[in-house]
Write a protein that binds this ligand. Sequence first.
Ligand SMILES: *[C@@H]1O[C@H](CO)[C@@H](O)[C@H](O)[C@H]1NC(C)=O
Ligand SMILES: *[C@@H]1O[C@H](CO)[C@@H](O)[C@H](O)[C@H]1NC(C)=O
Ligand SMILES: *[C@@H]1O[C@H](CO)[C@@H](O)[C@H](O)[C@H]1NC(C)=O
Ligand SMILES: *[C@@H]1O[C@H](CO)[C@@H](O)[C@H](O)[C@H]1NC(C)=O
Ligand SMILES: *[C@@H]1O[C@H](CO)[C@@H](O)[C@H](O)[C@H]1NC(C)=O
Ligand SMILES: *[C@@H]1O[C@H](CO)[C@@H](O)[C@H](O)[C@H]1NC(C)=O
Ligand SMILES: *[C@@H]1O[C@H](CO)[C@@H](O)[C@H](O)[C@H]1NC(C)=O
Length: 449
Amino acid sequence: MWYLYAFFLGFFPTTAPLVLESGVGRLPALGWNSWNAYHCDISESQFLTAAQKFIDLGLKDAGYEYVNIDDCWQVKDRRDNKTNRLIPDPDRFPDGIHSTAKKIHDLGLKIGIYSSAGTLTCAGYQASIGYESIDAAQWAEWEIDYLKYDNCNVPHNWTDPCRGCVPERRGDLVNGTCTSASGMCPSGFDYSNSLTAERFRIMRDALLAQNRTILYSLCEWGEAGVQQWGNSTGSSWRMSGDIEPTWQRVLDILNQNSFYLNNVDFWGHSDADMLEVGNGLSIQESRSHFALWAAMKSPLLIGTDLARIASDQLEVLKNKYLLGFNQDPVYGAPAKPYKWGTNPDWTFNASYPAEYWSGASTAGTLVLMFNPYSDAKNKTADFKEIPELKKGGSYQVKDIWSGRDLGCITGKINVEVEGHDTVGLLMTRECSGRLGRLGARGLGFFGNW
Ligand SMILES: *[C@@H]1O[C@H](CO)[C@@H](O)[C@H](O)[C@H]1NC(C)=O
Ligand SMILES: *[C@@H]1O[C@H](CO)[C@@H](O)[C@H](O)[C@H]1NC(C)=O
Ligand SMILES: *[C@@H]1O[C@H](CO)[C@@H](O)[C@H](O)[C@H]1NC(C)=O
Ligand SMILES: *[C@@H]1O[C@H](CO)[C@@H](O)[C@H](O)[C@H]1NC(C)=O
Ligand SMILES: *[C@@H]1O[C@H](CO)[C@@H](O)[C@H](O)[C@H]1NC(C)=O
Ligand SMILES: *[C@@H]1O[C@H](CO)[C@@H](O)[C@H](O)[C@H]1NC(C)=O
Ligand SMILES: *[C@@H]1O[C@H](CO)[C@@H](O)[C@H](O)[C@H]1NC(C)=O
């Protein structure tokens, strides 16, 4: 039987990644972006509030550093008629973007900006195609540190004659396998020669020509085989259309991205889109969303109003074990599914994605058990199934949500996982002795270890 996984991963060339100075882009970006919280309804004060909240809420200490402006920051309908430069909206940014950048830098943080590889942005503002060098020079002069580059309003002469497989597009998949759906490029097509790849490379080169390190985040929605050329073009690349603050959309993106993880390592990250933690997901859903995004080594960009975030949702965003895994300086590969759960392994299913995940890190092996159902389920982390662990081994285990040590555990761990929740275990080291602490029972762990 053919599965999507085999299809997608079979032909990835190994290309040199985009390597920036000072390690910028080596690890997934951590920060905040205005879009999920405010869409176009932005002004400087929201960015300064987010930056101040990074400090007050301990997010900066936890590693978050980028405060990113999304769409709608510029005058909508024209560039400067002498210099062809973009003009910051004088109502939203009365002192200009450079002034905002200085205030954010003064807090020891970095600032990001947004444009599109088209004639207009997604919200219809001036965008960068044909003006890449002017815009990159402008952002460098403003001391910008990060660019999110979108894919809206592509001119006709820049539109590829055929397109790549996008798993979420209706008709592209049959039984989980890419097909030759209408308009799709033939199998074996080299997408690094596509006009799409070229549009994104022009901006990469314009940024690299500046005397400033600017992290380059591609937002081209997983189209035109970005898995083939994303690594050599940007520090991260979106792999799907936009996230929404709904459980189904989180599941859907998780399912798709779980098939792209062989393609992630230092300097190149598959971007599962910005976080919706704090935007109406239950605490269980937020835990799953954040744990799996962190484990997949997606960039982690908070997308909520930090002045109003509930303390339990904030604690999810600050989880030191998950952030430690996401930012591990030694292990670049993400956690991956070792078993699916509801469906057979490697099944593509937007409602029941992979449920059992593991990955290596400096702190030990991270194991996640995810429950896609709305009611509680009992799950077992069986050490012999987990590739990083020894069959029948004993491990010192920590519960990542409570931080509690569960003791030295042999063979397997049984746990009841609440609906839509994810249990996370960190196997910190091998140990001898076989009894876990009885106190662990109170956390939903049970069984006879
Ligand atoms: C991206 O570059 C890194 C560093 O060279 C490499 O480890 C990784 O395999 C590359 N990924 C792809 C898909 O080529
Ligand atoms: C250029 O823009 C300025 C400022 O909006 C305006 O006053 C001027 O008339 C414009 N010049 C032309 C030639 O459009
Ligand atoms: C599309 O047209 C513009 C404007 O004439 C030109 O600068 C650009 O090079 C063209 N793009 C391609 C891919 O030919
Ligand atoms: C999809 O899978 C089902 C069940 O295995 C099979 O009956 C059907 O023929 C497959 N469809 C295609 C188009 O391959
Ligand atoms: C580049 O920037 C650095 C620090 O901002 C500055 O010292 C240096 O002179 C600049 N170099 C050029 C060629 O502009
Ligand atoms: C997804 O998995 C569920 C549970 O096995 C199954 O009922 C459903 O038909 C699957 N959906 C698709 C689109 O394969
Ligand atoms: C999980 O197993 C425990 C112990 O056997 C049992 O008490 C509990 O009801 C089970 N939970 C579910 C959701 O099946």
